[in-house]
Write a protein that binds this ligand. Structure first.
Ligand SMILES: *[C@@H]1O[C@H](CO)[C@@H](O)[C@H](O)[C@H]1NC(C)=O
Ligand SMILES: *[C@@H]1O[C@H](CO)[C@@H](O)[C@H](O)[C@H]1NC(C)=O
Ligand SMILES: *[C@@H]1O[C@H](CO)[C@@H](O)[C@H](O)[C@H]1NC(C)=O
Length: 358
């Protein structure tokens, strides 16, 4: 947010340019602006502030290792063996609708300073890389991550009612399209039995490919994909039609007739795995005398606080086969909030960039 200070020093510079040059500068700046207008900042995990938004409950400075009480709000999406989802930091009356602003990152792998998704929680997951986005979809029992039994869930995204994201300050990263980068546009639906997470490559179409205005429609409608239990894979795939777009018409949530979900885009080059596992934290093993009713994950090793340990070491295949591919029909009433606040800053930054180019 230091950019505005540049403005006074910029104007004499601009005025000293010939009208033609000035036109070039402004056009270039506008071009740059249109691509970046909606982003107030771009981070890597190594350069985030402790908190990237005001009102943030957790942190973006997460360290390494893992920690089952971590309040890390950095998520990653790289493959079926390396991804995170958002879920509540604590149990209780912790439906997604109640906790969307404060959710924390739960990952398949140690190393990011987040919580680990307990082995056995996810019973089927499917990663696709398309030209426009990466996506992981699947099923499991997310009561092991504080989502109450029967919670039909809700939708998390980088904007939210406040414009600061649900969760507030949540950041998403990945390295599928080159070196590690922030994905500014993403959408993640969570319920107690199903999840889907799409992160879009920064581009002019990212806001539509990762649209998150259809927050009562659930995974199957927003992200038609493979939700099968009992299998895990990485595939390449075509990009889906943007959610809500049917040829030349666009559906508005709440219209009396809801169109059916789009078709599942073709996929190819799949690699399958029998399971995913971190080998460190597991769901509680159910004993014959079911005295244990809590959903607290058992921790098979001391909290790691540094370095990376086993990544998806071989573990027995999870036996759960719940395949409740139900739609999510949670909280209505939230609307997408623009992020026009960043436009001014981005414009000035682009202007400065354009001056350097010339
Ligand atoms: C785990 O995270 C909690 C909450 O952020 C913090 O208080 C605690 O010190 C962390 N533990 C380790 C071992 O890093
Ligand atoms: C759970 O949260 C909802 C929404 O905030 C509230 O209406 C309800 O009373 C809460 N239930 C309990 C048992 O606290
Ligand atoms: C999910 O796990 C809980 C224990 O935390 C159990 O009570 C419930 O039956 C499980 N749900 C399914 C669909 O397997």
């Amino acid at each position: 947010m230091r950019a505005p200070a540049i403005v006074p020093s910029l104007s004499p510079l601009l005025l000293s340019l010939s009208p033609h040059k000035m036109f070039q500068v402004l056009s270039l700046a506008l071009l740059a602006c249109s691509a970046r207008a909606q982003y107030t900042a771009t981070y890597l995990p190594s350069d985030t502030p402790a908190q990237s938004e005001t009102g943030q409950e957790g942190t973006n400075q997460c360290g390494t290792g893992y920690n089952q009480t971590s309040l890390c709000q950095n998520a990653y999406i790289n493959s079926v063996q390396d991804f995170c989802v958002w879920a509540p930091p604590a149990g209780g009356n912790s439906t997604i609708a109640n906790t969307e602003e404060i959710e924390v990152s739960w990952c398949t792998n140690t190393g990011y300073g987040t919580r680990l998704i307990p082995d056995g929680t996810i019973t089927g997951a499917h990663f696709v890389q398309t030209p426009d986005y990466v996506q992981v979809t699947g099923v499991g029992n997310f009561t092991f991550m504080n989502i109450p039994v029967g919670d039909e869930g809700g939708e998390l995204d980088p904007h939210g009612a406040t414009g600061n994201g649900n969760p507030i300050g949540g950041l998403v990263f990945g390295s599928t399209f080159g070196s590690l980068q922030q994905y500014h546009e993403w959408t993640n639906f969570m319920s107690n039995t199903e999840f889907c997470f799409r992160a879009c490559k920064d581009s002019a179409t990212a806001p539509t490919m990762c649209n998150h205005i259809y927050d009562v429609m659930g995974c199957d409608w927003n992200m038609p994909a493979n939700y099968a239990a009992g299998s895990f894979d990485n595939c390449l795939a075509d990009s889906a039609q943007p959610m809500g777009v049917y040829g030349t018409s666009t559906f508005a949530q709440g219209q009396s007739v809801t169109p059916s979900a789009g078709t599942i885009p073709a996929s190819s080059s799949c690699t399958s795995f029998s399971t995913i596992s971190n080998g460190i934290v597991s769901i509680p093993t159910s004993t014959t005398s079911s005295t244990m009713q809590t959903a607290a994950p058992s921790i098979a090793a001391a909290h790691a606080s540094g370095g990376t340990t086993s990544r998806n070491s071989g573990q027995p295949t999870a036996t759960g086969t719940s395949n409740a591919a139900v739609g999510i029909t949670a909280h209505a009433g939230r609307t997408w909030e623009g992020v026009a606040g960043g436009v001014g800053v981005a414009f000035v930054a682009s202007l400065v960039g354009a001056l350097f180019v010339l």
